[in-house]
Write a protein that binds this ligand. Structure first.
Ligand code: ATP
Length: 371
C-alpha cells in the first residue's frame, strides 16, 4: 500500500520559488529517498506531502486520492522527525499509543499493537520509562514505534538519524530497511547523506536548487548519472572530473589529455562513446571516472580501451577495506581506490589506468551529460 504521486509541485515563500515543478510517482511499497545538499528543498517537499506546508501549485495523491485539501491528520500518513518529537512527560507506552487513543481504537486492539510494535523495535523492556531516561537511539525507536502504531499508508522520515552517532546510524539504517520489508508500506525518507540514500532507497530523487536532477534506482543514479551534479554528489570519494579535448580525424574521434608539463596523450574511444562525443569535436569536455574504476595496470583486466596515466602520489589513506590514493594530473586532483595491500609510496610517480568504457562525459559549462 501507499502509492505516492506528486504532480508539478511548486512552492513559493513570498517571491522566492524554492520548488520548481516536482514530479514523482512511486509504486506501492517503495522506499523513496529525497536527497540533496542543504537548502535544496527536501524538507519543504516532505512537509507539503504531510500537509504541514501549503504548496503553491500542483497535486499530491496518496493511494490515488488527492489530498491537497486534507489536514495532516486525515492524510493517512505518519511522520518521524530528526528531533524525535516525543512527549517528555509521557511513558514510552503512552508515546507509542498516543495517536491510537486519540482515534478511539479499542483498548484490546491497542494492547496488541503495542506488543507488536515494542517487539518489532525491541522496546519491550523500556515501556515504562520517560524519554529522558532513554538514549538517543532508543528515543528514535520510540518515535518510529509511534509512527508504526498508526499503520499509515505512507511513512515520512525527515533526517531521522542525523542526531545519532556513526555506529548507531548504520544499525538504525538496517533496522528501518527491515521494517520497510516487514510493513510493506511506502516510505519517503529525507537525507543529505548520499550513503543513506544509496543503501536504503529503491527509488532516489536527487535534488538541487528546488529541481529533481535525477529520479532513478540507486544503480542508475550511481552508474548512469544524468548530469555532473548527480555524478559529483553521489559517491564518496566523489567521481573524478578530468578536462579533456575531443579531436577528430581519419574518420575517428579520440581524446587529448594534457599530462605533466607539455605532454599530451591521445586516448582512443570505443565506438559508442565516439558517436556520443561527435557534437563536441574541437571542444573541451569533462571526463568523469569513479575512484574504484582507477587501478594500477597490473590488476586491471585487459581491454582495448585501457588507458594508463603517469601520476604523482600525493598521499595515501588506508580505510581498512581499501586504500585511497590521492594523486594529481597537472592541476587536476585524481583519487583512486586501491587494494589495501598497495605498495604505492607518497611522493613517487605511479602508473594508474582505467577502462574508457566506464567513463562518462559532461559539458563543462552546464554539466549536462554528453556520453
Ligand atoms: P536542509 O537539509 O538544510 O534541511 P532542505 O533541503 O530540507 O535543507 P528546505 O528546508 O526545504 O531545504 O529549504 C528550501 C529553501 O526554502 C531554502 O532556501 C530555505 O531557506 C527556504 N525556506 C524554507 N522554509 C522557509 C520559510 N518558512 N520561509 C522562507 N523561506 C523558507
Amino acid at each position: 500500500m501507499g502509492r505516492l504521486i506528486l504532480k508539478d509541485i511548486h512552492k513559493k515563500f513570498g517571491k522566492d520559488e524554492v520548488l520548481h515543478g516536482i514530479n514523482i510517482e512511486t509504486e506501492e511499497n517503495q522506499f523513496l529517498i529525497l536527497v540533496g545538499p542543504s537548502g535544496c528543498g527536501k524538507t519543504t517537499l516532505l512537509n507539503i506531502i504531510a500537509g504541514l506546508e501549503q504548496e503553491s501549485a500542483g497535486d499530491i495523491l496518496i493511494n490515488d486520492r488527492r489530498v491537497n485539501d486534507l489536514s495532516p491528520k486525515n492524510r493517512d500518513i505518519a511522520m518521524v522527525f530528526q528531533s524525535y518529537a516525543l512527549y517528555p512527560s509521557m511513558s514510552v507506552r503512552d508515546n507509542i499509543l498516543f495517536g491510537l487513543v486519540n482515534r478511539h481504537v479499542p483498548k484490546s486492539e491497542r494492547e496488541q499493537i503495542l506488543q507488536d510494535v515494542a517487539h518489532m523495535l525491541q522496546l519491550d523492556h523500556l515501556l515504562d520509562r520517560r524519554p529522558r531516561q532513554l538514549s538517543g537511539g532508543q528515543q528514535q525507536r520510540v518515535a518510529i514505534g509511534r509512527a508504526i502504531a498508526r499503520r499509515p499508508a505512507l511513512f515520512l522520515f525527515d533526517e531521522p538519524l542525523s542526531n545519532l552517532d556513526a555506529k548507531l546510524r548504520v544499525e538504525m539504517r538496517t533496522e528501518i530497511k527491515r521494517l520497510h520489508q516487514q510493513l510493506k508500506t511506502t516510505m519517503v525518507y529525507v537525507t543529505h547523506d548520499q550513503i543513506e540514500a544509496m543503501t536504503m532507497g529503491d527509488l532516489i530523487a536527487v535534488m538541487n536548487d528546488g529541481i529533481i536532477q535525477q529520479l532513478g534506482t540507486p544503480d542508475a543514479i550511481y552508474n548512469d548519472p544524468a548530469n555532473r551534479f548527480v555524478a559529483g554528489f553521489m559517491g564518496s570519494p566523489s567521481m573524478n572530473f578530468i578536462p579533456v579535448t575531443v579531436c577528430q580525424g581519419d574518420g575517428t574521434v579520440w581524446l587529448e589529455l594534457r599530462g605533466e608539463g607539455q605532454s599530451v596523450s591521445r586516448l582512443p574511444l570505443p565506438p559508442v562513446l565516439q558517436s556520443g562525443l561527435k557534437s563536441a569535436v574541437d571542444r573541451q569536455v569533462i571526463l568523469g571516472i569513479r575512484p574504484e574504476q582507477i587501478t594500477d595496470p597490473g590488476s586491471a583486466r585487459e581491454g582495448s580501451a585501457l588507458h594508463t596515466m603517469e601520476l604523482m602520489v600525493e598521499m595515501t589513506e588506508p580505510t581498512g577495506a581499501d586504500t585511497l590514493v590521492f594523486t594529481r594530473l597537472n592541476k587536476t586532483p585524481i583519487v583512486a581506490r586501491a587494494h589495501p595491500s598497495t605498495k604505492l609510496v607518497q611522493g613517487t610517480n605511479t602508473l594508474l589506468s582505467f577502462h574508457m568504457e566506464r567513463a562518462v562525459f559532461f559539458d563543462p559549462d552546464d554539466g549536462r551529460r554528453l556520453a
